[in-house]
Design a protein around this ligand. Sequence first.
Ligand code: GH3
Ligand code: MG
Length: 416
Amino acid sequence: MTKRVLIIEDSKSVANTLSMLINEHLGFETIKGSSLEECAKLFLEYKGKFDVALLDLGLPDAQHGEIVDFVAKFDVPMIILTGSSTIEDEIKNRSKNIVDYVVKDGLYSYKYTLSIIKRIINNVNMKVLIVDDSKTFLESTKNLIEKYRLTVFTATNGKEALEILENNKNIKVILTDYYMPIMNGLEFVRSVRKNYSKDELSIIVTSVTQEKTIASKFLKCGANDFLYKGFTQEELYVRINANIEVLELFEELKNRANRDFLTNLYNRRYLFEVGNKDLKIANEKNQNFFIALIDIDKFKIINDTYGHSVGDIAIKMVATFLQNSFDDEEIVARLGGEEFCIVFANKDIDKVKDKLEELRKIFEKNSIKVDEHRLNFTISIGCCFKRFDTLDKMIQEADNGLYEAKDLGRNMVRYR
Ligand code: GH3
Ligand code: MG
């Protein structure tokens, strides 16, 4: 669903510039108002469903930041727009939903605003783990970080932290103390790095230590950053933010290498790399591991009749449909052309059979609409239930099944 940003600002030029930048660069919807009264109406109209609110402190009918008190009644993160760099502490503390302040002084401040909006919206899926033996530090830091809409876990020692990490996928940043009982910070960082590389998880060390050599010791054993305790909210957030941005860059690079350009499904390279690893694990644990090859029947006719670009759209639609038909546990990849591969690890054989038969029927019964054309086509599926030691051999066997299906008249599933 498109994200929605509320802008309450009485300067039309500021509001329009922000709105245009948000639409163009972030692709989010913007709703504008220029007074407290309009803001109240908009909250009613949209039932308070804004992902972020940008609020001017000096509005014609609310000159002293009263807008904050109004928006604070809803669960919407606020970014305050202000004309001066000195903001009274009184306003700063008016609501826990205030995430940041932007002084309206030109292009850079607009860019900064965009980066915070993007952060707040993306942060909803981002998890942070804080490890510290001081309960007060844990509590206050957790509150600070939660302002930015990050999900926060806390642990009072390294052992507990490792358990949390094990049970919660997608923790992206760890903030850890140095002096702790059971396991000190250095030991903890080393343990984390045994299982999580720097491109999947960042570690920021926070410590009161006066030992000059400690920071470099941490960085050498796998920490990404070091913060002396007594840091300000801004300092902490800027560091966390910078670390998340690096992780996102890694993610984007990995995506480019692992995804197919046309469909955004996993590509052949990823399929073989991860599929072979999963197959090895399944063989060791004696768990089920199946491969299905799915190929569109007589696809050449679609290209010949409607043109290659319609063919491309059809391939994309099939890809999206397949992706949505399975959960994250299955690998759905495009092998090439109009051929797809699904990897089922640790799944019940009858459930897989039912699922593949159901897919075949869906294509048999339905047509796909591309532009003004209605395309009718079926799919054939070859499936390998036998145990082999490499993915390549399994795919060959599934391909034999697929060949059989084509040979016997298409629109069927064959098991090997
Ligand atoms: P069968 O039922 O035996 O699978 O017949 P088919 O026509 O689907 O298979 P064939 O292998 O003869 O032809 C596949 C066609 O798919 C040929 C090729 O031009 C086309 N194709 C391959 N990749 C793409 C692509 O990325 N986009 C489009 N539009 N067509 C593609
Ligand atoms: Mg085909």
